[in-house]
Design a protein around this ligand. Structure first.
Ligand SMILES: [Zn+2]
Length: 168
């Protein structure tokens, strides 16, 4: 499972164990509400869904897509939310193709406590994959290098999403 590998990024360990986690009820809800308690990595939002850069990216361009509503299982998505998630995913891939030109993607939800999910609010990972990445051993040895600062990612992406609307 590719997303399990995130657990081996040393700087994420504190976050998972709660040491550095902001004191808010839900990080994703706080991001949507633009709360000063959290680092705001919001890239785009409408009334149903939103996209933000991952504070602890697995790769450059790693984004999280989520419903505005606090739910924790994809089966709870309303039809409108489901459609908006899909349109947003399409747009996200277009934007990432354009900016980062990845060779592939891992896209998916982590659901439930055994899945490696560290935030309860349902979110879809969109992880661009590149041809020349470090292997599993490099990652477990702590040598994984994050190639781009999330703040840099954020600026590029915000610009690319500017003016985007979903009409269903
Ligand atoms: Zn939430």
């Amino acid at each position: 499972m590719p997303f399990q590998r995130q657990l081996f990024i040393p700087n994420k360990r504190d976050y998972i164990t709660g040491n550095k986690r902001p004191e808010v009820k839900c990080i994703i809800c706080s991001i949507i509400e633009n709360s000063p308690e959290v680092t705001n990595l919001l890239v785009w939002k409408n009334e149903f869904v939103a996209a933000c850069a991952n504070l602890y990216p697995y790769n450059a361009g790693h984004l999280l897509l989520f419903p505005a509503r606090h739910i924790n299982d994809p089966r709870e998505l309303s039809e409108a939310e489901f459609q908006h998630m899909n349109f947003l995913l399409g747009k996200t891939m277009d934007v990432l193709d354009e900016i980062y030109k990845p060779a592939g993607y891992n896209i998916g939800y982590n659901v439930g406590e055994a899945s490696g999910a560290s935030i309860e609010h349902l979110h879809q990972h969109v992880v661009p994959r590149y041809s020349r990445e470090l292997g599993f051993v490099d990652i477990t040895a702590g040598a994984k290098i994050i190639i781009e600062d999330p703040a840099t990612t954020l600026e590029k992406l915000k610009e690319a999403f500017d003016g985007f609307t979903i009409n269903t």
